[in-house]
Design a protein around this ligand. Structure first.
Ligand SMILES: Cc1cc2nc3c(=O)[nH]c(=O)nc-3n(C[C@H](O)[C@H](O)[C@H](O)COP(=O)(O)OP(=O)(O)OC[C@H]3O[C@@H](n4cnc5c(N)ncnc54)[C@H](O)[C@@H]3O)c2cc1C
Length: 537
């Protein structure tokens, strides 16, 4: 029997990027009570807040440890899928790269997927409202928002060399990937404030923590949404072995990310009857689109061995230089620890006929930074990764059974579509060309690709891509917004056919954006919070 643990106006399931934005915005009205429930821990660990700590976060206790189902089109591999399990969610463990995608992404949501109100022109004000950019202003940028955005304090010389190499390859220099033109190469802006991570937990939740009308619970695993005659009335959690129940007088908002949100709906009996039957869960509300339409960017890394001892991974070891870097950071908020490691990159065309870039690159002046990516001798490595921005493959998330502690069955179905494969090959090919340019070539001693096997022919490239593709950590789309039978929420983010229930997070994107996904998720939650307030009037 569940313990009754209080009554709130809004109960938010998932304290990640979107959940923190929602909790911050909704609790600004002192007359409503808001509860934020997060399965993971608080975000206190210093590795979360020191930008270079990213290198420690793709494995370990602040992520869920998900692994995909065997990938049919990726040599049958089970691919690790790190996702944040901590206050701030992905925003507390991510690389902080700040990109928004292109106008066509949002116009496509509106025009192709029937998401009225979500065209680029209409969502722009939420991007601007969220942003506090230290360098850029004007109609496309905000300077007063909760999400701080900064330039790198001291970009590594290798990152600068990469940017020059990109220009030698033929890409234009771009000082603002979120401006009028995405195409080009440059240094990324990151979501940092005074050389510390600015996640949604820092930017939105922290200033709200003192409010008496906001309760934040960590270690609270949401088991299900409680429904009564077609209306969501509350949430049931498991907390330290105890089942608890919270009432939502106005709304339940599910914000558990692209893997967590469909799982919570399915555990609540909301989903495709076939999936629910297989998991032994009774159907409460048939909604076939739940957990379908999974999209992610399939990332390909090339690791390079350098001719000299200079890369950032040398600070992995307890050397005097590491101690000096720590002191430099503590005293001046500068130096290698102030870097998110993913410093440079850009956007290019795999297919010149596309209206906007369809490839993205990330350059790291270090190797072995993320879990599962090859390392070389410490101090002698760098990494370039690439992915196709608008994949056509679609995957699924299915609840494994009624036990909420079980991981969902996640099948990203990477590279099922041949076009995705072809563009991924093109991304790797272009990566190698960039790294061969005069500004980069003298730094490179050896290329580490495909476990040392030569990659020359088309078949070699295909084998490399299928054998090494991995998540770019951008899963979206599993509770897609839209008006078709395949969609899960309406353009007002309400779950079709139920009252008092919304999904507000990255899972509602009907189609993945042509960039990293944090800023677009913050925009969705900003917009969603306005919708919730307006609809309550
Ligand atoms: C390693 C990594 C690197 C990334 N790098 C970048 C980057 O550089 N730039 C960028 O723009 N984007 C990046 N991203 C992506 C970005 O962080 C995500 O798109 C964004 O955080 C998604 O927000 P969300 O609110 O939808 O989900 P999340 O932020 O994942 O939040 C969901 C939250 O719900 C919680 N939850 C899930 N299930 C339950 C449950 N049953 N009960 C209670 N709580 C639950 C989770 O623990 C989590 O805290 C990265 C992501 C990762 C993981």
């Amino acid at each position: 029997m569940a313990q009754q643990d209080g009554s709130f106006d809004y109960v938010i399931a998932g304290g990640g990027t979107a959940g923190c934005v929602l909790a911050g915005r909704l609790s600004a009205d002192a007359s409503v009570r808001v509860l934020l429930l997060e399965a993971g821990r608080p975000d206190r660990h210093p590795f979360i807040h020191v930008p270079a700590g990213f290198a420690k976060l793709t494995a370990g206790p602040y992520q869920w440890g998900f692994v995909s189902e065997p990938q049919e089109h990726c040599a049958g591999r089970r691919i690790p899928l790190a996702q944040g399990k901590v206050i701030g969610g992905g925003g507390s463990i991510n690389a902080q790269v700040f990109t928004r995608g292109v106008a066509q992404d949002y116009d496509d949501w509106a025009d192709v997927h029937g998401c009225e109100g979500w065209s680029a022109k209409e969502v722009r004000r939420y991007f601007v409202r969220s942003e506090r950019n230290e360098r850029l202003s004007g109609p496309l940028h905000g300077t007063e928002g909760p999400l701080s955005v900064s330039d790198l304090v001291n970009p590594h010389p290798l990152s600068k060399a990469f940017v020059r190499a990109g220009q030698e390859f033929g890409l234009p220099y771009n000082s603002d990937f979120n401006g009028a033109e995405q195409y080009g190469v440059g240094l990324y802006q990151t979501t940092t404030r005074h050389s510390r991570r600015c996640s949604a937990a820092v930017g939105y939740l922290r200033p709200a923590r003192g409010r008496e009308n906001l309760v934040v619970k960590t270690g609270a695993l949401v088991r299900r949404v409680v429904t009564d005659h077609g209306r969501a009335t509350g949430i049931e959690t498991v907390e330290g072995g105890t089942t608890r129940r919270y009432t939502a007088r106005r709304e339940v908002i599910v914000a558990a990310g692209a893997f967590g949100s469909p799982k919570i709906l399915q555990l609540s009996g909301i989903g495709d009857p076939a999936d629910l039957k297989q998991a032994g869960i009774e159907v409460v509300h048939a909604l076939p689109g739940v957990g379908k339409n999974l999209q992610d960017h399939c990332d390909l890394d090339i690791v390079y061995e350098l001719t000299s001892y200079q890369s950032m991974d040398r600070y992995e070891r307890p050397l005097p230089a590491t101690a000096a870097a720590a002191v430099q950071y503590a005293a001046f908020r500068r130096g290698p620890m102030a870097s998110t490691v993913v410093e440079a990159g850009g956007f290019a065309y795999g297919n010149e006929q596309e209206p906007t870039p369809d490839l993205q690159f990330h350059f790291l002046p270090a190797a072995g930074v993320e879990a599962g990516i090859a390392a070389v001798r410490r101090g002698y490595g760098c990494t370039l990764n690439s992915y196709f921005l608008r994949p056509r493959s679609r995957g699924t998330v299915r609840v494994a059974g009624p036990d909420p502690s079980r991981a969902p069955l996640i099948d990203p179905n990477y590279l099922a579509d041949d076009h995705d494969l072809e563009m991924s090959v093109e991304g790797v090919r272009q990566s190698r060309e960039i790294m061969g340019q005069p500004s980069m070539a003298p730094h490179i001693k050896a290329e580490h690709l495909a476990g040392g096997r030569p990659v020359r022919t088309k078949d070699d490239y295909i084998a490399f891509v299928r054998g090494h593709g991995r998540t770019a950590y951008h899963p979206v789309g599993t509770c897609a917004m839209g008006v078709s039978d395949a969609s899960v929420v309406s353009p007002r983010l309400r779950v079709h056919g139920l009252r008092g229930l919304r999904v507000v997070d990255s899972s509602v994107m009907p189609r993945i954006v042509s960039s990293n996904t944090q800023a677009p998720t913050v925009m969705i939650a900003e917009y969603g919070s306005d919708m919730i307030v307006e609809d309550a009037r």
